[in-house]
Design a binder for this molecule. Structure first.
Ligand code: C2E
Ligand code: MG
Ligand code: MG
Ligand code: MG
Length: 292
């Protein structure tokens, strides 16, 4: 299967059509089915690379739904309804389980690379989440440090206490936390002071506008500086061109992810890619000139 081409989705499910409640109920019933059978929900995996050495810094798991009738669905086609349904817990456990199975395979291949899983903000309102993750880590025999949970800042202000408790328990477990789409929320800076995190992901919208917009470039530069000052890793997302890679390196960004390096790929391809990235990792793999 294929990753999204350009900005559009190859999914045949048309979510621009009014997703009325009947449609959503059908979709959710179908999800229940998909969670019960094998291989309808799959993970596409996208490595992030160190901008100095080309070594893989992590791999993000991105869910895909190979729907028997609607075709390939990307998260934009179904995540919204799932987040607001009672199936969110089962869905989150399913994705985590698949991701940890992949990470367990890497350990067997001698690959020491963390896997990142996107966690819906609403999952952080479920006090059972930390225990479930602890159990899944044990079952797959994956060390907690090899799991990175990507969360966005869009957590409901009224429920901060539950979120803080859940995030605290997750940190106590030893799993890593990344702030996804950094800079797009309402209170990015406040979020960083409240929640101890390990990694910040610069949103793709800033990477795209960096070349033409001094404001976007300033936000990237400031985010990178802040991350370094706080001792956090910083990863730029959605890097599509050599120009963007070079500009990011010049702004001090140390790692990046995007179609310029790799499109999200099926699980059976990833081990070989990680192996060759680790083998060839060296200083100056990336020319600092776009034509180099
Ligand atoms: P995200 O976490 O910010 O993931 C990055 C998205 O950008 C992915 O889209 C990825 O395929 C896409 N992408 C990566 N590099 C490039 C690039 O160079 N150019 C462009 N144009 N796009 C790029 P995808 O897979 O459609 O996922 C969209 C969002 O859905 C993700 O955004 C994440 O928030 C959410 N998501 C994905 N998987 C899961 C999941 O398992 N659970 C939950 N709750 N959310 C998920
Ligand atoms: Mg993400
Ligand atoms: Mg992101
Ligand atoms: Mg994003």
């Amino acid at each position: 299967y294929q990753a999204k081409k350009g900005g559009g989705s190859v999914a045949s499910y048309d979510n621009s059509r009014d997703a009325g409640s009947t449609d959503q109920l059908t979709l959710l019933a179908e999800l229940r089915e998909a969670l019960a059978v094998e291989d309808q929900l799959q993970l596409a995996l996208q490595p992030a690379v160190d901008l100095a050495t080309g070594a893989p810094t992590g791999v993000e798991a991105l869910v895909r739904w190979l729907h028997p009738r609607r075709g390939l669905l990307t998260p934009a086609d179904f995540i919204g309804p799932v987040e607001h349904s009672e199936q969110l817990g089962a869905f989150t456990r399913y994705v985590l389980d698949k991701a940890l199975a992949v990470a367990a395979g890497w350990a067997r291949d001698g690959l020491d690379v963390p896997i990142s899983v996107n966690i819906s903000a609403r999952s952080l309102l479920d006090p059972r989440l930390p225990a479930e993750i602890a159990e899944a880590l044990r079952r797959h025999d994956v060390p907690p440090r090899r799991l990175v949970l990507e969360i966005t800042e869009t957590v409901m202000m009224s429920e901060l206490e539950v979120v803080d408790e859940v995030l605290g328990a997750l940190r106590a477990l030893g799993v890593q936390i990344a702030v996804d789409d950094f800079g797009t929320g309402f209170s990015s800076l406040t979020f960083l002071t409240r929640v101890p995190v390990d990694e910040v992901k610069v949103d793709r919208s800033f990477v795209i506008r960096m070349a033409d917009s001094p404001e976007a470039a300033a936000i990237v530069r400031t985010t990178v500086g802040l991350a370094h000052e706080l001792g956090l890793r910083v990863v730029a997302e959605g890097v599509e061109t050599a120009e963007q890679r070079i500009a990011l390196a010049e702004l001090g960004c140390t790692a990046a992810q995007g179609y310029h390096f790799f499109k999200p790929m099926p699980a059976d391809k990833i081990s070989a890619v990680l192996g060759s990235l680790l083998d060839s990792a060296t200083a100056n793999v990336f020319p600092l000139r776009a034509d180099g």
